[in-house]
Write a protein that binds this ligand. Structure first.
Ligand code: MET
Length: 549
């Protein structure tokens, strides 16, 4: 297999497919934005064809019950909620290429075929299953996962330890999947692919699960209890378990069973930590059992709390992404989630935090820098200014040699930091640490503001030839820095980056990461931008967000 991210290689990125029983919240959007930023970054690197698939998970008891509660049919509920998800994703600028609904015929066909492959592989058997079933989790739970709680009427009952939802004693005939036989294959897969699950704490967690009990998995439900699902081929008394159905979306989207070979297993799944077990244990085992390879990578993120509390319908604190996009703009919202979200741990969300971060980094630091360095008062000809080697000589040797120019030690540090920034950002994206990439960019923007402030170009006199050379050089360096930031920020804040690059007259063919240059003149090479007319002044780069009520 080609190395991950190598040139010309295909890659399928996925988000989870979202349950169609309720509207989207920021947790869903966070998954999708991570995948979207990875896709956009990859496209800018011209790393090879890539797709981003998402969709809605429409079967199962949970949907069946939500529809009954809403007095509608499951099909109608799914149609409506699926539309809400598509709308929320589009609104947040998620450039998905595929949207799968598990109710689609092509998906049903793929699931039936997948089931056949499992059956032919001899990994299914019929067993009588008895245990505590948690409908919202669509799972039987062992005693160790239960606690004492109360039901809706306040009567004592057993609940799921993890989610607090009531469980019911359920006995039924199910098809079972021989998961227990896959401990060794799964351990081998993980041992051979230490980068299969990112970040590392989640990889370690999956390894620990594999040291524990690995009971067989019930993979069907009795039809009389669950009608809203795909029937087991050749046994219409049973419905395929919703998680098996849902996971197969990653295959049906690439044309399984006919044409998936072009993409599989070059797939990276972005998932929340709550569904890690399904993706890191059940899914690879099912794939192996069906004669397919496990996914190349599983990228795991944690959850968002709101003012320190878990988001929940009953607390009424579920954050609606369309409201956020309205308040902060698409880019403000994307920037906040991707800059503040740390995959390894839960992150807290509240309005003041968004406003503060977005104002300080996008509006003030980045926007301010652009406005100050392109203002007509400082750059009356509105051209990309010239760089003078005499003012900013390339210095390979001692510190004293710098004395010949006007640049100081700090300025050389800035140039070094920005020169290494693209590679740093690349490696952070590759390591699923987008927040770190953004932190580095923000740090460089701060340094560039420091550079500008230190040399006070607005005080230099254009009528004096020497001063003018230095003034232009300061502006040239600043615009070169801004060009790099604009290019690198495209995957995260596409509109703002476009505005910035257009202002700097960077053409559509000059915005990819593979050909990104920085301060070529400092290295004695020609700079294609120097002397170019700048783009029209389109005003403030990013409007400061006001106080929210
Ligand atoms: N519907 C599931 C969830 O939202 C994800 C399924 S991904 C195959 O948790």
């Amino acid at each position: 297999r080609a190395a991950a991210g190598g040139p010309g290689r295909r890659l399928l990125l996925s988000t989870p497919i979202f349950y169609a029983n309720g509207p989207p919240h920021i947790g869903h959007l966070y998954s999708a934005l991570l995948a979207d930023a990875l896709l956009r970054h990859r496209r800018l690197r011209a790393a090879g064809p890539a797709r981003l698939c998402t969709g809605t998970d429409e079967h199962g008891l949970k949907i069946q019950q939500a529809a009954a509660a809403a007095g509608t049919s499951p099909a109608e509920l799914c149609e409506r909620v699926s539309g809400l998800f598509r709308q929320a994703l589009t609104q947040a600028g998620v450039a998905y290429t595929d949207f799968t609904r598990t109710s689609e015929p092509r998906h049903r066909r793929a699931v039936s075929h997948f089931w056949g492959a499992l059956r032919d592989g001899g990994v299914l058997y019929k067993g009588s299953y008895e245990g505590w079933y948690c409908t919202p989790e669509e799972s039987f739970l062992p005693e160790s996962q239960l606690a004492e709680g109360t039901d809706a009427q306040g009567r004592p009952c057993k609940v799921s330890l993890e989610t607090g939802h009531e469980v019911h004693w359920t006995k039924e005939e199910n098809y079972m999947f021989r998961l227990s036989a896959f401990r060794d294959p799964l351990q081998n897969w993980l041992r051979d692919n230490p980068r299969a699950i990112f970040p590392d704490p989640f990889y370690q967690c999956v390894l620990r699960w594999l040291d524990e009990d690995l009971p067989d998995l019930s993979v069907s439900r009795e039809r009389n209890r669950l009608q809203w699902g795909i029937p087991v081929p050749s046994d219409p008394t049973q419905t395929i378990y919703v998680w098996v159905d849902a996971l197969v979306n990653y295959l049906s989207v690439v044309g399984y069973p006919e044409s998936h070979g072009a993409w599989w297993p070059a797939v990276h799944h972005v998932v929340g930590k709550d569904i890690l077990k399904f993706h890191a244990l059940y899914w690879p085992a099912l794939l192996l059992a069906a004669g397919l390879e496990p996914p190349e990578r599983i990228l795991v993120h944690s959850h968002w709390t709101v003012r320190g509390q878990k988001m929940s319908k009953s607390l009424g604190n579920v954050v609606d992404p369309s409201v956020c996009v309205g308040q902060y703009g698409v880019d403000g919202f994307r920037y906040f989630l991707l800059r503040q979200g740390v995959p390894e741990r839960d992150c807290d969300y509240y309005d003041e935090k968004v406003v503060k971060l977005v104002n300080s980094e996008l509006a003030d630091a980045l926007g301010g820098l652009m406005n100050r360095s392109t203002a007509p008062s400082i750059n009356p000809s509105n051209t990309y200014p010239r760089f003078s080697e005499a003012c900013f000589p390339k210095v390979l040797g001692s510190e004293e040699a710098r004395g010949t120019g006007r640049a100081c030690v700090e300025d050389y540090k800035l140039v070094a930091a920005v020169a290494s920034l693209p590679a740093q950002v690349d490696s952070y994206f590759e390591g699923f640490q987008i927040y770190k990439a953004l932190e580095c960019i923000a740090q460089c923007v701060r340094q560039t503001n420091g550079f500008f402030q230190r040399h006070k170009p607005w005080k230099l006199d254009r009528r004096d030839a020497a001063e003018q050379l230095w003034l232009d050089t300061i502006l040239h360096v600043t615009l070169e820095c801004l060009r790099v930031y604009g290019t690198l920020l495209q995957p995260v804040v596409p509109h703002t980056a476009d505005k910035l690059l257009s202002r700097l007259a960077v053409g559509p063919g000059e915005r990819d990461l593979s050909g990104l240059t920085f301060l070529a003149r400092y290295d004695g090479k020609p700079c294609p931008f120097e002397g170019r007319q700048l783009g029209p002044d389109t005003g403030i780069l990013f409007h400061r967000l006001g106080k929210l009520e």
